[in-house]
Design a protein around this ligand. Structure first.
Ligand code: NAD
Length: 243
């Protein structure tokens, strides 16, 4: 039997990169998937390729109003939500001295406040469904330090996951965080960064960066009932970078 048969999932930032890989696999595994993203053209094109069990909705994850709309439309089309993957995010690689207050507040809003809003809006729907699984996408920079702003928000996602896991245990909802290393998505691999990424890969114990689908395998496990005894935990998928 498919591993997500009959489940309703919301995946943010699903127009490209890891979010798109998760959405494709979730549909293959029998889920009904709501894909959201700021990029309406790319997202709706991709969702239509996935067929009738995929619905694209334009969303800015920093907006409480957009979150309310996404959950209402998901319930209307597919029913109460069983799975939430808080995946949308941006990166920033500047020093403290170079980062403006505006840039700092922006990354906190997109990478951190969004995860709070997502959980706050989706939990009541999961309660109606009788339980659920929330997967919050952090980073290895939620385990070890990196650039300011990105690191701060990814540590916050890991912490928020633990607070939510304890609270949500009363409702049959599990909450875990995923910490990818360097993954070949448009966020990281561009024409002008290719050479630097290849050079960095030589220093990774497994000697390569990962494909998005290698993170999907973990997200799928956490989203499914196979991970029924895991909550409040961090799961690293980094080829050994933090070893
Ligand atoms: P990506 O840039 O390829 O895709 C991110 C998607 O999020 C894009 O489609 C973008 O339009 C969307 N998005 C950005 N801001 C948004 C907003 N405000 N509202 C709605 N959608 C928005 O990135 P990716 O590499 O697939 O990363 C996915 C997640 O994984 C991010 O949270 C990222 O921080 C994390 N991550 C990535 C890596 C990596 O190496 N690629 C490593 C660790 C963690």
């Amino acid at each position: 039997m498919a591993r997500l048969e009959g489940k309703v999932a919301i995946i943010t930032g699903a127009a490209q990169g890891m979010g798109a890989a998760h959405a494709r696999r979730f549909v293959e595994e029998g889920a009904k998937v709501v894909l959201t993203d700021l990029n309406e053209e790319k997202g709706s094109q991709f969702a239509s390729e996935l067929g009738e069990n995929a619905l694209f909705l334009k969303q800015n994850v920093t907006s409480a109003e957009d979150w309310a709309n996404v959950v209402a439309k998901a319930e209307e089309k597919f029913g109460p939500v069983n799975i939430l993957v808080n995946n949308a995010g941006i990166t920033m690689a500047k020093s403290i001295l170079e980062t403006t207050e505006e840039e700092y507040r922006r990354i906190v809003d997109i990478n951190q406040v969004s995860v709070f809003l997502g959980m706050k809006t989706v939990i009541p729907s999961m309660q109606k469904a009788g339980g659920g699984s929330i997967v919050n996408i952090s980073s290895i920079n939620g385990i070890v330090g990196g650039a300011v702003g990105y690191t701060d928000t990814k540590f916050a996602v890991r912490g928020m996951t633990k607070a939510a896991a304890v609270e949500c245990s009363h409702y049959g909802i599990r909450v875990n965080s995923v910490h990818p290393g360097v993954i070949a998505t448009p966020m990281v691999v561009q024409e002008d960064t290719k050479a630097a990424v290849e050079e960095f890969a030589k220093h990774i114990p497994l000697k390569r960066v990962a494909q998005p689908e290698e993170v999907t395998n973990l997200v799928l496990y956490l989203a499914s009932d196979e991970s029924s005894y895991s909550t409040g935990a961090e799961f690293i998928v980094d080829g050994g970078i933090t070893a």
